[in-house]
Design a protein around this ligand. Structure first.
Ligand code: ADP
Ligand code: AMP
Length: 215
């Protein structure tokens, strides 16, 4: 199964992608995670992406399209994958159509996770992740079972993203509205768009997504 998760920063895409990967074996492909790893490792891609990411702007289409084109050909994507944070522009969506047709596969569903702007800042400001395994948490909405210890791997090291500050969130939200929202009619016309109310609890969103996908 090939699924896209769409939604503004803080909507809950990564949270649901991690869960879908754990529960249903759909490989999570997060361009944000891949780009952050590239910046950390100071690769060529990382050097090209850093300035835009720090400012909350989108990196160039060419860069992310190449990353995804290479990644979906790897063995662990053979049975299906979940795109989290890609595509984010109509040009990226068109490039994805070509990539999928080149490998003889098709998109099963696009899930738009809808959340009002007013709650996104709190979602993003309280977000943190395990530094070792990447499991995502929130100061209020998703605390580890044992304070300060990752549920998944037991690590006690956590990190917060540099771009998760109120100012950058506004730029990222603006980029979403201007550059990514045009994907909604694009996928609506293809008959693959499903909408899920992302304001519900994490577990309720999970149940709604599973029902929508029939998994
Ligand atoms: P995205 O990947 O769309 O930017 P995340 O999945 O990282 O968003 O979620 C942003 C923050 O909000 C995280 O800290 C996460 O734990 C929390 N979160 C995700 N879904 C919900 C929800 N339905 N209710 C409350 N908090 C949530
Ligand atoms: P995310 O982790 O999805 O919130 O992405 C973090 C940042 O990475 C974004 O603000 C962009 O700068 C960059 N990024 C991630 N995915 C893409 C994409 N598909 N197109 C352009 N930029 C992206």
């Amino acid at each position: 199964m090939i699924v896209i998760l769409l939604g503004p920063p803080g909507a809950g895409k990564g949270t649901q992608a991690q869960r879908l990967q754990a529960d249903h074996g759909l490989k999570q492909l997060s361009t944000g995670d891949m780009l952050r790893a590239a910046v950390k490792n100071e690769t060529r891609v990382g050097r090209l992406a850093k300035e835009a990411m720090d400012a909350g702007k989108l990196v160039s289409d060419d860069l992310v399209v190449q990353i995804i084109a290479d990644r979906i050909q790897e063995d662990d994507c053979a049975t299906g994958f979940l795109l989290d944070g890609f595509p984010r522009t109509v040009a990226q969506a068109e490039a994805l159509d070509v990539m999928l047709s080149d490998i003889g596969r098709k998109l099963d569903a696009v899930i738009e996770v809808t959340v009002p702007d007013s709650i996104l800042v709190e979602r993003v400001a309280g977000r943190y992740a395990c530094a070792k395994c990447g499991a995502g948490y929130h100061d209020r909405f998703k605390k580890p079972a044992q304070a300060g210890v990752c549920d998944q791997c037991g690590s006690t090291d956590f990190i917060r993203r540099d771009d998760d500050n109120a100012e950058t969130v506004r730029t990222r939200l603006d980029a979403y509205k201007k550059q990514t929202e045009p994907l909604l009619p694009y996928y609506q016309e293809k008959g693959v768009l499903l909408q899920v109310d992302g304001e519900q609890s994490i577990d309720a969103v999970a149940r709604t997504i599973d029902e929508a996908l029939g998994v």
